[in-house]
Design a protein around this ligand. Sequence first.
Ligand SMILES: *[C@@H]1O[C@H](CO)[C@@H](O)[C@H](O)[C@H]1NC(C)=O
Ligand SMILES: *[C@@H]1O[C@H](CO)[C@@H](O)[C@H](O)[C@H]1NC(C)=O
Length: 430
Amino acid sequence: MRLWVVLLVLLVGTSLVEGKNDDEEDSYGDEMMDKKEEMMRKKSGSRRVRPSERPPRASAPTRVLKSQEKANCPIGCTCNRTSVSCINVDGDASLFQQIQPIAFPAMDTLVLTGNRFADISGSGLFGNKNVHDMLTLANFSDNRISGISQETFANMPHLEYLYLSNNLIDKTSKNPFGILKKLRKLYLAKALKNPATTLSSMFDTHRNQLVQLESIDLSSNKIEKIEETTFCKVNGVAELLLSKNSLSSFEVGKNCLNGLMRLDLSGNLFNSFSSALFDALPNLFALDISDNPLVCDCDLKPFIEFAQKEDSRFLNQDKTVCASPQALYGKSIFRLKTESVCVPKSSNVFSNLFLLVLFCTVGFFIYRFYRHRIPSPAVFQFGRRSAAPPPTYREIGEGGRIISREGSPDEEDSIFENPLYTFDNPAWAR
Ligand SMILES: *[C@@H]1O[C@H](CO)[C@@H](O)[C@H](O)[C@H]1NC(C)=O
Ligand SMILES: *[C@@H]1O[C@H](CO)[C@@H](O)[C@H](O)[C@H]1NC(C)=O
């Protein structure tokens, strides 16, 4: 009984609220209505109101009339009051001209992805002075953008999140983002076609610009080298993502990146690191150096000791492994015993010893084999006697006595036929 009363009261309340708002509801009547129903349902303990119990809906015209945003929505895109998305429309840069501030005054999110914009470094994308004041998030990923400049972003001055990942930028004016005073996160993963020429000018900004910028994602750009002054002018940056590039060193200029807290250097080509990085970046507390070909030798040992002591400052420790020497291959630098780094391996001693023994043995046999071939000096020479003593030979005499004699045995007692002859002089052994 009480339930029915509550329900009745709720129903009356609903119709009252609906009635009061009827005239406010124009174009997005349907949406608002659905939302309100949702809210009501929640209030009434998720009991769905049956269609028969529904109060009469707003008058018919509201359903037919499109919102201003929907009416102006470019073909293939979806639009509502605050958001426009054109995904895989394959449009060119003229698409921007169809998204005018006058039609989308409250737009805060613009997602244009999977198009072909090419060079958009020219004058304001939406046309002169057509400024989107409310726009805070622009997703321009995956658009084959090749050129950008300050003018590109001139008509969206309040951007806080800018996604430019997956593009082919190889041309940029100096300081293209400088105009974006409120920019907080900049995504440039896999965006730069030629980072060697574009990267340093991108952040060559003025002191009072990009002060809000806290995160830069530059992963997967094949960056081989970063000038140590590149990020000196964006001192507020707390997060720098440089994973999956081709860096083998990372140097930071004096008093640069003072506020950096998170640095991702994973998936690069570093053989070695130094704890000096933490001296240069006093606020760094999350460093990722995983997936680098670390050479765990004597040079790296001080860093390994440092890393183990300060391991709370390192991310992805299980993937931070040695690539060499062989004995430490695949071992996390955080798990291995520091005594096992930089010691001459016992197996090396053994193999060296083995080689030495082998060498000596071979040498010995070679000597044995060839020593008889060394031509001996002639025993007699014309004019003077050889320094060598005359050869002697032994002969078994009668009764088994061994007689040593100078000179050579008789021709008929050839040494080859008489096994009883042994010779002291190697020259005879031939
Ligand atoms: C507008 O559309 C976006 C996605 O297209 C959605 O996330 C957002 O909630 C919508 N806003 C309103 C007010 O309906
Ligand atoms: C931006 O667009 C890309 C490509 O469509 C998508 O993968 C990504 O999730 C989008 N990000 C945001 C924040 O809209």
